[in-house]
Design a binder for this molecule. Structure first.
Ligand SMILES: Cc1cc2nc3c(=O)[nH]c(=O)nc-3n(C[C@H](O)[C@H](O)[C@H](O)COP(=O)(O)O)c2cc1C
Length: 355
């Protein structure tokens, strides 16, 4: 039997296949309220045949927002909207985790309450542009968090986890990649603190570990996953010794007995999946540039327990069935990745309707 269609355990849950839908920001939420679009019910339900869906990055608190029309999980209206989404996925027998994403310095005052300055471990601006309602703008110099403020941010993740469970999610994933707040703490290029959250490797990893512990206290560690993407370089994050950093982090994460570790492939020539796999005694998810054959090899060899698909899942709501039948795939349309409305969101045809 094709290994991609064998069930597997991820923490508390049994996945019916090894095909995971990657977390993907789609920018269809209401910008003023952070309430997910009603279209999201259909979008996620169409993709419910995945072994597991991980949602688009969702801000745990208003200060965690970094992109226009992204959703949150801090208000009652947001929780109600997510309830309808998880119900739609569960009605089709699917499993869905919420990705918690606090972007830290990768934000802009125009996206934040009272035009606040984005927060970060240190007052170092990211290079590049942020996409705001009025077009691309330079990143601002973020405000370095006071030591006493950090437990409050950890609490925001805890509360967000509680809200996610209330909304019916099967678990939560910490977004610790792509140069957002957790990775800003972890990486020496963005963290120049001299308190207990900076300097040594143990100190730089402290924020991520505290957040994971808080999430696990709420949900149970068997409903908490983490995404990392070492050396992705995205959002101008850099680390002086990334192999050491991630080895240390993954060893420490191992103590938490999480549902899974998701190592996303980056452009780095170094094989982090191979480095980290033996250090983590639990389910490993891997993705980035996979196709059917490479995913099959990955799982058959035991290099990962499940294969994560981003853009191909976005464009093929019935990806598992298409792979099974060796059917042709729809091509992802980049122009509608982050556009508003139904186009390129809920109108990718399934196989039956295409034939
Ligand atoms: C439109 C789009 C939005 C994305 N948004 C997120 C996100 O919110 N959180 C995240 O962790 N990764 C995000 N990613 C990265 C994907 O999760 C995945 O790692 C990446 O697409 C590589 O996999 P692929 O080659 O199968 O597309 C996004 C990718 C795409 C294409």
């Amino acid at each position: 039997m094709n290994p991609l269609y064998q069930s597997t355990r991820i923490g508390r849950h049994t996945l019916r296949n090894r095909l995971v839908m990657a977390p993907m920001t789609r920018s269809r939420a209401d910008d003023a309220t952070g309430v997910p679009s009603p279209l999201a019910e259909q979008y996620y339900a169409q993709r419910a045949r995945a072994g597991l869906i991980v949602t688009e990055g969702t801000f745990p608190s208003p200060m965690g927002k970094g992109y226009v029309r992204t959703p949150g999980i801090h208000s009652a209206a947001q929780i109600e909207a997510w309830k309808r989404i998880t119900a739609a996925v569960h009605a089709k027998g699917g499993l869905i985790f919420l990705q918690l994403m606090h972007t830290g310095r990768i934000s802009h005052p125009s996206l934040l309450p009272d035009h606040a300055t984005p927060v970060a471990p240190s007052a170092i601006a990211a290079q590049g542009k942020v996409f705001t309602a009025t077009g691309p703008q330079d990143f601002v110099v973020p405000r370095a968090l006071e030591t006493e403020e950090i437990p409050g941010i950890v609490e925001e993740y805890r509360l967000a986890t509680r809200h996610a469970l209330e909304a019916g999610f099967d678990g939560v994933e910490l977004h610790a990649a792509s140069g957002y707040l957790p990775e800003q703490f972890l990486s020496s290029g963005t963290n120049q603190r001299t308190d207990r959250y900076g300097g040594s490797l143990a100190n730089r990893a402290r924020f991520v570990l505290e957040v994971l512990s808080a999430m696990a206290e709420e949900a149970g560690s068997d409903r908490v996953g983490i995404k990392i993407a070492p050396e992705m370089g995205f959002n101008s994050v850099s680390d002086a010794a990334p192999q050491e950093t991630y080895q240390y982090l993954v060893q420490r994460i191992g103590e938490l007995k999480l549902a899974y570790l998701y190592v996303a492939k980056t452009n780095s020539p170094f094989d982090y999946r191979a480095l980290l796999r033996p250090l983590f005694n639990g389910p490993l998810l891997h993705g980035g540039g996979l196709d059917k054959d490479s995913a099959q090899t990955l799982v058959a060899e035991g290099s990962a327990d499940a294969a994560v698909f981003g853009s191909l899942y976005l464009a093929n709501p019935d990806l598992p069935q298409r792979f099974l039948k060796d059917a042709p795939l729809n091509t992802p349309d980049r122009d509608t990745f982050y556009s508003a409305g139904p186009l390129g969101y809920i109108d990718y045809p399934a196989l039956e309707s295409a034939q």
